[in-house]
Design a protein around this ligand. Sequence first.
Ligand code: GLU
Length: 283
Amino acid sequence: MDMITRFAPSPTGLLHLGHAWSAVQTFEAARRQGGRVLLRMEDIDTERCRPEFDAAILEDMTWLGLEWDGPVRRQSEHFDAYAGVLNHLEEAGLVYPCFCTRKQIIAEVTAAGSAPHGPLGLIYPGTCRALSPGERSERIDAGENHAWRLDWAEAARRTGPLTWHDQTRGTITADPAIAGDVVLARKDTPASYHVAVTHDDHLQGVTLVTRGEDLFEATHVHRLLQAVMGWDVPDYHHHGLLAGPDGKRFAKRDKSVTLASYREAGLSPVDVIAMAQDLAEAS
Ligand code: GLU
């Protein structure tokens, strides 16, 4: 089987040193294993993603000398495919419409005396899961705003226990309960990150997912989706996140550490990669 990994930035800002480090590790893994690297723009959030950031990412990657294989995939061009996934899950009875506002959800969990927060945020108390099919269609037909949530417990009941292989941490038992009934689609964003990323990794034959450890917990949800959709399960490498000398992680809002700013200041790609390597060794 061909080794395929991918670099999948979201064009919501300029790339910073942390991204460069992530990209370098992705390309290194492919080089070591004689594989290929795909470049995927995760631009489903059409409010925050901008074509100029997409163009800037291509420029930065080229400047760094990181040559990806094949055409760039842009998720915003594939909303139909993600809607198809949602339809499939709906027909299988694994998603349900949720009409709660965030305010209502917070009020509900507060009234219940607990605000269960998982690593992916507030865990939905399941209010709309109990609605009857009649009530659901009535409210949808009346044009009520709604999101689609995964019934994780039903999905997990059908799949049984699941594991995935993480290259640094070994065999991990999937624990989708940490995320609860996550949102898989909304009116303004017809696909969630969870759906788009797992769909594309399968479609593109990705055998190794290389990404930051801030996304480690999301893999619990991804593994469940892969199982209910019958998708292939890649290997995972969740790498450590790069922090600056002050110990703080790089973020898109830190304009001073964008690759573009280093380039303008006259640094070479070799200097920038060496700087990332030094910081990674120090953190
Ligand atoms: N698009 C995500 C990000 O920029 C990465 C997703 C992934 O690698 O799975 O943080």
